[in-house]
Design a protein around this ligand. Structure first.
Ligand code: DCP
Ligand code: CA
Ligand code: CA
Length: 360
């Protein structure tokens, strides 16, 4: 099963501000340098009707929605991280194995718990969709199929709030008419190369000689494409390799060394990193800050805690303390970018966080 949350950042914003419901919603990444400079992070489906989608300049989105009552909101990543972390916990519980792919996507292996019965799998998918909606008011699109590649293509088939089940005997018929660009990993460049070969659908791709594909795309992508076009893929669903650190870095609204101008951004980054740590079911023992100065030189400072934590307030207060120390030690430093990094990570699953016992 592949689960992809619908218009995720924009849906989070609709939940946080019910008054914008029913309007086009545009989540913006303001670069901060001029008032309206920056790009659209994502938009709800209403805004997409007007051509407003991820990646376009905010200025262009404003034009497209000129006479419309639309909501333009700044991206609030720490908030989406929190929602995502809760949703991922729900998803994880529904799989024999679970693999988080991004802030809004995960694979679940449900082979054992459904006994490979696709009707049971459909029920499981409905149950998950209901639970996400009841508990988090978030809709998602789900694909169920014999393997990861087909499941991912299936979740993309009907959006938003979709559920597409592709049984083994339906795989070929499902894939055949789809454009090759629907195969995960086929980007604009690969698509162009395939167009030159007169290949636009997955059926046409599956008719190509595998040696030709390997010649053009190399052994790894070439043989993956050959198999994917036949609906074949044997990658297991597995938890990602444990990360060793999490960090977030961002540009300040203006170059500065004033604490009151640095701290709001630093707090936001610390919260986001804390959520990411929690979302991965981990705690950290080392907290650090990163400062990039106006001359683009990079400086960092870190400290080791007495006990492991994923508590946002601890990460925040440590980051503040570190940035103060850094500014004191560098009286001429003017900051352009600032970041927070946690490392010395530990998995918490099944383990009681001993810092709980040390706080009172
Ligand atoms: N995102 C971003 N910039 C992009 C693409 C995505 O910041 N160019 C962020 C915002 C999205 C989130 O990642 O909400 C998930 O990306 P998706 O591609 O899954 O897009 P959405 O969830 O927004 O929409 P969809 O309903 O099409 O899945
Ligand atoms: Ca999505
Ligand atoms: Ca996604």
């Amino acid at each position: 099963m592949h689960v992809d949350l619908d218009y995720f950042y924009a849906q989070c914003e609709e939940n946080a501000n019910p008054s914008i419901r029913g309007k086009p919603v545009v989540v913006c990444v303001y670069s901060g340098r001029t008032e309206e400079s920056g790009a659209v992070s994502t938009s709800n489906y209403l805004a997409r009707k007007y051509g407003v989608k991820a990646g376009i300049p905010i200025v262009r989105a404003r034009k497209l929605l000129e006479s419309i009552d639309a909501a333009f909101l700044p991206m609030n990543r720490p908030y989406y991280d929190q929602v995502s972390a809760r949703i991922m916990e729900i998803l994880r519980a529904h799989g024999d194995a679970y693999e988080r792919m991004s802030i809004d996507e995960a694979f679940l292996d449900i082979s054992d718990r459904t006994n490979l019965n696709y009707d049971t799998a459909r029920d499981t998918a409905r149950e998950i969709k209901n639970q996400l909606f009841t508990e988090e008011h978030i809709t998602c699109s789900v694909g169920v199929a014999p393997n990861k590649v087909v499941a991912k293509i299936a979740s993309d088939q009907t959006k938003p709030d979709g559920l597409t089940v592709v049984k083994p005997e339906e795989v070929t018929g499902f894939l055949s008419p789809l454009p090759v660009g629907r195969i995960p990993g086929v980007g604009v460049k690969a698509e162009e190369r395939l167009t030159q070969l007169n290949v636009s659908t997955i059926a046409e791709l599956s008719a190509l000689d595998p040696t030709v594909l390997v010649e053009i795309f190399g052994k790894s992508l070439g043989s993956y494409l050959y198999q994917a076009s036949r609906g074949e893929n044997d990658e297991p669903v597995k938890e990602r390799e444990q990360p060793t650190q999490f960090s977030r870095i961002a540009t300040l609204k203006q170059n500065t060394r004033k604490l009151e101008e640095i701290l709001p951004l630093l707090e936001e980054l610390a919260t986001s990193v804390a959520e990411k740590t929690k979302a991965n079911g981990m705690t950290c023992r080392s907290i650090g800050i990163i400062a990039i100065l106006t001359d683009l030189s990079m400086h960092s400072k870190s400290k080791t805690l007495e006990s492991s934590t994923s508590d946002g307030s601890v990460i925040e207060s440590s980051s503040k303390q570190l940035i103060e120390e850094l500014l004191q030690s560098m009286p001429d430093a003017v900051l352009r970018r600032v970041g927070v990094r946690v490392s010395d990570l530990m998995k918490t699953t099944g383990q009681t966080d001993i810092s709980k016992f040390l706080t009172t």
